[in-house]
Write a protein that binds this ligand. Structure first.
Ligand code: FES
Ligand SMILES: [Fe+2]
Length: 368
């Protein structure tokens, strides 16, 4: 019998044991000085992250292959890391290059992870080789970026659920008192990134429109770009002035979300450009705060379950589908989950019925 797979059976969305393979922030760049090593727990996995004498960042699995000492207790030597316990030394590729007591190295290896640095953050790719870029604002893809770190926060719900907030058109009216009609159009950038852009024209009642009315003529842009189901970049504003806010989340214990807000604009040159950007990024932070206001309590108590979707929830369903299509890894191990053996009996029976129905259709029998 053929098997027809259904997205409902491979659910990743809002699963406290799953995350999408991708780029996740580990720690702010300024917290890792040259020649220093730090312990970082990322998506349940313990890492040691260090900065070599020339400034490059290396991320390795935390535990020494000799006896399991945490490598963040060790010291950085050039571009290598030496374990505190018995002084074994590992180069930037994770290869053992020195065991002082033996006077030679052994063919052992610590696992290294791809690292990047942008927006004042150190990012780690949770797989072998990065398949897609770091999260970016689509509008600024070709530009250099100027950014500042906003606030750090923890919410009592899964990152996927928090991400939905930006495209929950319905709640803009009920929670944020924005008398606007928003209709999103979805456009994929790649398998791990998708954009939802508002297609309705700006409304003069919109609080933001009132605020900047003297400066704008055209419609107001509102769009959200999702990366790895876990980071979102909001672009908001009239044609002449777009604000960009990145909400970058990661799944922590008990299915909670830890987030970092990053305020972004394009690089501008000279002293004037620098000063302009400081003011703009400060303003961006105020816009970001406005976004965060109002929802705080609901994310403490929500048990997300979209049992009764209505037309206004269409974008949310599209986002859930987008998340479920991506390569999911297991929280803690970063391994691909084993093939599903958790299907309930009812589900199996339903699948059998579905298979029979589809097979009958194949041979030309009309469904009742
Ligand atoms: S535990 Fe690291 S050198 Fe022994
Ligand atoms: Fe909201």
């Amino acid at each position: 019998m053929t098997s027809h797979s259904s997205p409902h059976l491979t659910q990743t969305f809002n699963n406290p044991e799953r995350f999408i393979e991708g780029w996740y922030w580990a720690l702010p760049s300024h917290e890792l000085a040259v020649g220093k090593v730090k312990p970082v727990t990322l998506l349940g996995r313990n890492l040691a992250i260090y900065r070599s004498d020339v400034g490059t960042v290396v991320a390795v699995d935390a535990y020494c292959p000799h006896m399991g000492a945490h490598l963040a207790e060790g010291t950085v030597e050039g571009d290598a890391l030496r374990c505190f316990f018995h002084n074994w030394k590992f180069d930037a590729q994770g290869t053992c290059v020195d065991i002082p007591s033996l006077g030679k190295a052994l063919p052992v290896q610590i696992k290294t992870w791809p690292v990047a640095e942008k927006y004042g953050m150190i990012w780690v790719w949770t797989g072998e080789t990065p398949r897609h870029p770091l999260p970016f604002v689509p509008e600024l893809e070709q530009d250099g970026c100027d950014s500042v770190l906003g606030s750090r926060f923890v919410k009592n719900c899964h990152p996927n659920v928090l991400m939905i907030n930006a495209i929950d058109a319905h709640h803009f009216n009920t929670v944020h008192n924005l008398p606007v009609k928003i209709v999103f159009e979805k456009r994929d950038l790649n398998e791990n990134a998708t954009t939802f852009s508002n297609m309705t024209k700006g409304d003069d009642d919109f609080w933001f429109a009132k605020l900047i009315r003297p400066f704008y003529q055209h419609a107001i842009t509102y769009s959200m770009c999702y990366w790895y189901g876990s980071t979102g970049t909001v672009t908001l504003g009239p044609d002449c002035l777009h604000f960009h806010i990145m909400f970058s989340l990661r799944l922590v214990e008990d299915g909670k979300a830890e987030g970092q807000t990053i305020l972004i604009t394009k690089q501008r040159s000279g002293l004037w450009g620098w000063s302009y950007n400081r003011i703009l990024l400060w303003l961006t932070q105020q816009v970001g705060n406005y976004f965060a206001k109002g929802d705080t309590q609901v994310f403490q108590t929500i048990r997300f379950d979209l049992k009764t979707p209505i037309h206004a929830d269409r974008s949310i369903l599209q986002f859930i589908h987008h998340v479920d299509q991506q390569l999911a890894l297991t929280w803690g191990t970063w391994e691909e989950p084993a093939p599903e053996i958790w299907e309930t009996e009812e589900r199996q029976q339903l699948n059998v019925l579905l298979d029979i129905a589809l097979t009958l259709e194949d041979v030309g029998v009309e469904a009742p």
